[in-house]
Design a binder for this molecule. Structure first.
Ligand code: MOS
Length: 734
């Protein structure tokens, strides 16, 4: 395949739709006779519903129905996500089919009315009283503690050598505790579902990162065949993991529509997203690192506790980076969960790698001062030649190249090593760095490719566009595979009527779908060749022919061949198509496959007020071959921006008495705005990984990893103050 389009900074194919407002998101779908639903949610964290008084709401103007656990049709709770079958289950709580309350914000009633305003008004008239029980709300509470046997497919506990013994024997070491709070999802597009029944068939327009998971979820809940559920999400306004599984709007909109016998729209209010959509759980980690005087690591320990819900088992894989980042003969890693009476936590951009790198990369920075070795140099000294915990060879690790690239672009050599040694007027200047990493994941995928006699092609896969440029990158990939200009290729996605695709998560979508498109193009070759019953291709076997320049060409005589359009026209066909389904190979077992990067941060700290300003940020990444230079850069910038929020602003605050989230809105849960974000530069090594489709890695999540540590390390360099808990607020710094 010649890479004519791949790698180019091509504009989003849906960019015009977006900026002109023509793009239609889930909540913008309308149906004749559409009713509006509004949720009533619990105001305690744990207990039972004593009484629900709905009379006033039922009588309110425009109200079609009020649904509570007393009159809701029964739904079967599907298996949670992560089991054998595709599923988007987020919690085992039988929401609206129980008088039990499992968390503050759990839906306890739905009001359906003619208009949104009427539904919202009537929802306020629903009176719920509870029998309250004491709730476990913090990492130190009496919640059930579990050491899971496995995290994904990997053992939870990893032990190489004798880490505690090596730590004890060392003189140069750091042994510290790092904390990250709960973070909540704040995609600009609110979780929303428009549901319409047609007899026994259900259509949902949903804010989903996994339409086939939604299909499976709803089929189970309502006792339908999956084929009788159509889920559509061709455009999603940000997901970040918060739309990876089915949260209440997804199944309560269809429930409400069933009750009132008409289509229903249900949009969660912003505070309800905090209340009934999972966020990133709070985590406390101990990291201990020791090194000899030359800086070679002799011990590496990372252990800690993350929260999960009582109605799910979500394990934030924060010890994963330490499994492969650095060479060390003595490594001990383990983690446990504590079940809290809170909304079940879920995936949030780089779950695990994001908080894990905050702790590990902060500890390594602390160690660098003990050793009096430059932090970049320390990471050069400890480069492993194979995966230090599995022994597997790396597929294509280019971490050192990314580190060198980042250091050079950032101008790391300006840095004077001592803390508080650099200033700009009265401002303290700090330069810090940290490693970024994220695994290479690949999932099953399928695609259909059709070429037409008019010279165009349509490529389809039921994958997802959440703003990252899925359709654009896949258009580029398909165009190059077919040898067609990008203008002649259209990519369709986000619909369960299209070939199956997995969740847009784990930074896996691009290569998973690309592999399927590639396999479908290979199938298509055979299909079209059969139609070439005359001309230069007549009688040839597929192996003797290559797909190129929008047609088929002889491998033994590259000048000899014919375009798809010409073959189809002569055969009297309008189009020809082929479909392929591919599973990931055994590459993940054979190779240690990860992306790497280096994050460099410059801060100005006001010594009197303790305010931190990030004035410059450079990320350099080793992510295989980049499919689109523009959308890739945007992904890195977005990830880094979200990391700056984690470092300095974001934190979910809970009222310890009730469990209510007190800052459940964008006024008080602070995320970075333009004024908080400096010029960010993103670079990449670009070396194709020989063991992945297209030589690419995922890029959606790595950008956030390492950012909080780079900021904390820069703050330490500026001030001599080590802050081991984010966000780094003035009160924590002074
Ligand atoms: Mo990502 S947190 O896997 O959507």
């Amino acid at each position: 395949m010649s890479t004519t389009a791949v790698g180019k900074p091509m504009d989003r194919v849906d960019g015009r739709l977006k900026v002109t407002g023509a793009a239609r998101y889930a909540a913008e779908h309308d149906y004749p006779n559409l009713a509006h639903a509004v949720l009533v949610t619990s105001t305690i964290s744990k207990g039972t519903i004593a009484e629900v008084v709905t009379a006033a709401a039922v009588k309110a103007r425009g109200v079609a129905a009020v649904v509570t656990h007393k009159n809701a049709p029964k739904m079967k709770v599907p298996e949670p996500f992560g089991g054998e079958k595709p599923s988007a289950g987020s919690t085992t709580a039988p929401v609206l089919n129980t008088d039990q309350v499992f968390w503050f914000g759990q839906p306890v009633a739905i009001v359906i009315a003619e208009t949104l305003e009427q539904a919202r008004h009537a929802a306020q008239l629903v009176r719920v009283t509870y029998q309250e029980q004491p709730a476990n709300l913090t990492l130190d509470s009496a919640g059930k503690v579990t050491t899971p046997k496995k995290i994904m497919t990997e053992a939870t506990t990893v032990e190489i050598g004798h880490a505690e013994r090596a730590l004890k024997a060392a003189t140069l070491k750091v042994d510290a505790v790092y904390e990250t709070p709960q973070f909540n999802h704040n995609a600009i597009e609110l979780h929303a579902t428009v549901a319409a029944w047609d007899g026994g068939k259900l259509t949902v327009h949903d804010t989903a990162q996994f339409v086939f998971g939604v299909q499976a979820d709803l089929a189970t809940r309502f006792g339908l065949k999956p084929a009788d559920v159509r889920a559509l999400a061709p455009l999603v306004g940000g997901g970040f993991g918060g739309k990876g599984v089915a949260w209440p709007s997804t199944y309560l909109a269809p429930l409400a529509a069933k009750v009132v016998g008409r289509p229903v729209k249900l949009v969660l209010a912003r505070d309800q997203i905090y209340g009934c959509v999972g966020g990133r759980p709070p985590i406390r980690q101990r990291v201990a690192v020791a090194a000899d005087k030359d800086g070679k690591l002799t011990a590496l320990i990372q252990a800690g506790r993350s929260a999960t819900g009582t109605t799910n088992q979500f394990v934030e894989q924060f010890t994963f980076p330490a499994r492969h980042l650095y060479a060390c003969p003595n490594i001990y890693l383990t983690q446990e969960t504590i079940a809290l009476d809170t909304c079940p936590p879920t995936f949030m951009r780089a779950p695990g790698e994001c908080p894990g790198t905050f702790a590990l990369e902060s500890a390594l920075d602390e160690l660098s001062y003990q050793l009096k070795i430059d932090p970049v140099r320390l990471r050069q000294i400890n480069e492993p030649d194979k995966d230090p915990t599995t022994g597997a060879p790396f597929s294509n690790r280019k971490y050192q190249e990314a580190l060198a690239l980042g250091a050079e672009k950032f101008g790391w050599n300006r840095r004077t090593p001592e803390p508080r040694s650099m200033a700009d007027g009265r401002m303290l200047v700090g330069l810090g760095m940290a490693t970024a990493t994220y695994p290479v994941y690949r999932m099953p995928g399928s695609a259909r490719v059709a070429v037409s006699a008019d010279g165009t092609a349509v490529v389809q896969s039921g994958c997802h566009e959440m703003g990252m440029g899925t359709a654009t990158a896949q258009t580029q990939i398909a165009a190059d595979l077919l040898g067609l200009p990008v203008e002649k290729v259209r990519f369709e996605l986000g619909d369960t009527n299209l070939p199956f695709a997995m969740v847009a998560g784990g930074s896996s979508q691009t290569i998973s779908v690309a592999a399927a498109v590639s396999a479908a193009v290979a199938e298509l070759k055979g299909v079209v060749l059969k139609l070439a019953t005359a001309g230069p291709l007549e009688g040839l076997k597929p192996a003797a022919v290559a797909v190129r320049d929008g047609g088929l060409y002889r491998t033994d005589d590259p000048a000899s061949g014919e375009s798809f359009a010409s073959i189809l026209q002569r055969a009297g066909r309008k189009s020809a198509e082929a479909k392929a389904e591919v599973m990931p190979g055994a590459e993940m077992q054979k190779w240690s496959m990860h992306s790497y990067g280096a994050q460099f941060c410059e801060v100005r700290v006001d010594p009197d007020f303790g305010t931190v300003r990030v004035v410059r940020f450079v990320g350099a990444f080793d992510v295989g071959r980049v499919m689109n230079a523009k959308t890739a850069r945007s992904q890195f910038l977005g990830g880094i921006t979200m990391g700056l929020g984690m470092a300095l602003l974001e934190e979910t605050h809970r009222d310890g008495r009730t469990g209510r989230i007190v800052n459940a809105d964008l006024a008080e849960y602070m995320v970075p705005v333009h004024a908080d974000v400096p010029a960010i530069e993103a670079y990449w090594v670009g070396d194709p990984d020989p063991h992945t489709p297209m030589g690419a890695h995922g890029i959606g999540e790595i950008g956030i990893t390492g950012v909080a540590a780079a900021v904390a390390n820069a703050v330490y360099h500026a001030t001599g103050r080590r802050v081991r808990r984010v966000p780094i607020t003035p009160e924590r710094l002074l």
